[in-house]
Design a protein around this ligand. Structure first.
Ligand code: NAG
Ligand code: NAG
Ligand code: NAG
Ligand code: NAG
Ligand code: NAG
Length: 506
């Protein structure tokens, strides 16, 4: 089998591309024209009737396949996992095939980059690491099956901003797909699947049998320019997607599914990251659908790396025991400038929830939420100043978090049990809470007092049911007080290219 990029586009006037061994110079054309040229070459070279996305058999024993997708960069080179000894039978381990492929293909990093194609099949694998200027593409019927063999999972040191692992104080298993100190990486597919086979890990967790912290499915550390898109992530051992100490992160079109009672199966957790865009994701999980973090108590304070400039949009969340979007509880590097819009929560415990505690220090501030719809919720609004959960007993009791400028507007909820539970910290009032144009229909069996507020201050405008005294209604003309920022974030300027690749089997 051989495979070539049908076209790469670098945005310059002339793009040079290799097409089944022929080198062509072409001046810039519209997408449509290029597709036509490629189709025409296809006709000449293969006498193929036409090829669209998907498989088309041209002659007995011969097949060709083209596919197109959007990515922040297209690659000049491409290879298939099968060229490195990959076997997609669901039984043979492919850890070595993946790692050999990445190691060998890293030679193209400075020569236009490379795509590793994973064809249809069940590819059992342990953890492997990616390289820079690299795309991992999973075909629609490709399933990565996470190995159950602990020897297939290297152990890393705890994260410096956490001081220890979450499940066990010692190390942590490296994520299934891992990258550190990388730039320009794309993990995408035509909705291909990454199956964490988490059940055995959940059992070990419940049984107290873990020596190290459970692995995540996808983690990038100290990296810049990461796209994770168009994939389905199933049954992660623990968190699903974890970018940490990284910047310019795009997560798009991801479906994440885990049993609603599975432990710590958080969806997407940006952690000490700058410039993050999460959009068009559908998440059913046993923990927070999105959890924004930045380190834990004294370790996070010392590391001092905030999560900032984050936009989350068009997220659908089902998580009956957790939050739609949690800020914290580990937030000791600070969380600021986060926007969430067009969010749908169904049968979820809470909406956008702030979790913090004495000892965390830092801040959660400049948070903006708009256009959120909620069906069947325990709490529409929730803030916890006493979340506890400390890495050890050495946290600083004087390290008080600053919670300020938290804005919500244009929200509706139905079948809500409790409108809000706001618990600030005595002597450390959560300030600048602003809620406007929110209508909540309460569940039949809802509490008599829908709002509970302590150690908080702020205002409301046009909110039903009537809020607590700490959030007085300033009248309908004050609806603009809780406005969403008008200017966009730098991550919204990122443009996708259309990348086309073709391969032929013989
Ligand atoms: C993901 O798939 C959708 C629909 O198939 C497509 O419109 C979108 O461009 C894809 N996104 C990426 C980043 O590949
Ligand atoms: C990765 O980057 C971090 C932060 O810049 C640095 O401390 C670390 O040494 C780097 N690791 C490697 C293997 O280069
Ligand atoms: C991707 O696959 C999942 C699981 O089968 C499915 O629920 C989802 O609708 C698919 N997404 C797209 C865009 O096809
Ligand atoms: C309303 O919420 C309750 C749980 O509080 C749930 O049992 C019930 O099915 C929900 N009703 C509707 C119509 O969704
Ligand atoms: C109030 O919110 C609803 C959506 O919940 C929206 O349709 C409406 O336009 C908002 N009103 C104002 C004045 O912005």
């Amino acid at each position: 089998m051989r495979m070539e990029p049908a076209r790469t586009e670098d945005g310059s006037d002339t793009s040079s591309y290799k097409f089944m061994g022929m080198k062509k110079e072409m001046t810039m054309m519209s997408d449509k024209e290029i597709v036509l040229v490629i189709a025409f070459l296809g006709l000449i070279l293969f006498k193929a009737p036409m090829f669209a996305e998907g498989r088309a058999f041209r002659e007995p024993g011969q097949a060709e396949y083209t596919f197109t997708y959007s990515a922040t960069s297209c690659r000049a080179h491409s290879a298939s996992l099968t060229e490195y000894g990959g076997v997609g039978d669901g039984v043979t381990s492919n850890t070595k095939a993946f790692q050999d492929a990445v190691n060998d293909l890293s030679k193209y990093a400075d020569d236009g980059g490379v795509q590793l194609f994973v064809p249809a099949g069940k590819w059992l694998t342990g953890s492997f690491s990616l390289t820079s200027h690299f795309t991992l593409f999973l075909d629609q019927d490709a399933v990565l099956l996470a190995s159950q063999d602990l020897n297939e999972w290297p152990v890393l040191k705890p994260l410096p901003s956490y001081g220890r692992g979450r499940d066990a104080a010692a190390g942590r298993y490296q994520s299934l797909i891992f990258g550190s100190n990388l730039t320009d990486v794309v993990v995408t597919g035509n909705n291909g699947t990454i199956d964490g086979q988490g059940a055995s890990w959940w059992q070990k967790f419940h049984g107290g049998k873990l020596k190290y912290t459970r692995p995540y499915l996808v983690e990038f550390m100290y990296s810049d320019g990461i796209q994770i898109s168009n994939l389905t992530l199933l049954n992660s051992p623990s968190w699903n997607v974890h970018p940490v100490y990284s910047s310019n992160i795009l997560v798009q079109g991801i479906t994440i599914l885990a049993p609603v009672k599975s432990p710590n199966t958080d969806g997407i957790n940006p952690d000490s990251c700058k410039n993050v865009r999460i959009e068009d994701c559908y998440i059913v999980s046993g923990d927070d659908c999105v959890a924004v973090k930045s380190g834990w108590d004294e370790y996070g304070i010392q590391f001092g790396m905030p999560t900032e400039q984050v936009v989350i949009r068009r997220l659908t969340c089902v998580s009956p025991y957790s939050a739609t979007i949690a800020l914290g509880s580990e937030m000791s590097g600070g969380i600021r400038d986060l926007r969430a819009e067009d969010i749908l929560a169904i049968n979820t415990e809470s909406g956008v929830r702030i979790k913090t505690a004495v000892g965390r220090g830092a801040y959660v501030k400049d948070i903006y939420v708009r256009r959120m719809t909620m069906h069947t919720m325990k709490w529409a609004f929730k803030m916890d100043g006493d979340y506890k959960s400390h890495p050890d007993t050495h946290y600083d009791p004087n390290a008080l978090p600053e919670i300020a400028n938290i804005n919500f507007r244009d929200m509706v909820g139905e079948n809500v049990s409790i409108a809000a539970r706001f618990d600030g910290i005595p002597g450390d009032t959560f300030s600048g809470i602003c809620i406007a144009n929110v209508t909540l229909s309460m569940a039949a069996k809802s509490k008599k007092y829908p709002w509970t507020c302590t150690d908080i201050e702020g205002m409301t405008s046009g909110v039903r049911p009537a809020p607590c005294d700490a959030l007085p209604d300033q009248g309908p003309e004050k609806i603009g007080s809780c406005n969403f920022p008008a200017e966009s974030l730098p991550i919204d300027e990122v443009v996708f290219q259309q990348c086309s690749y073709r391969m032929s089997y013989s």
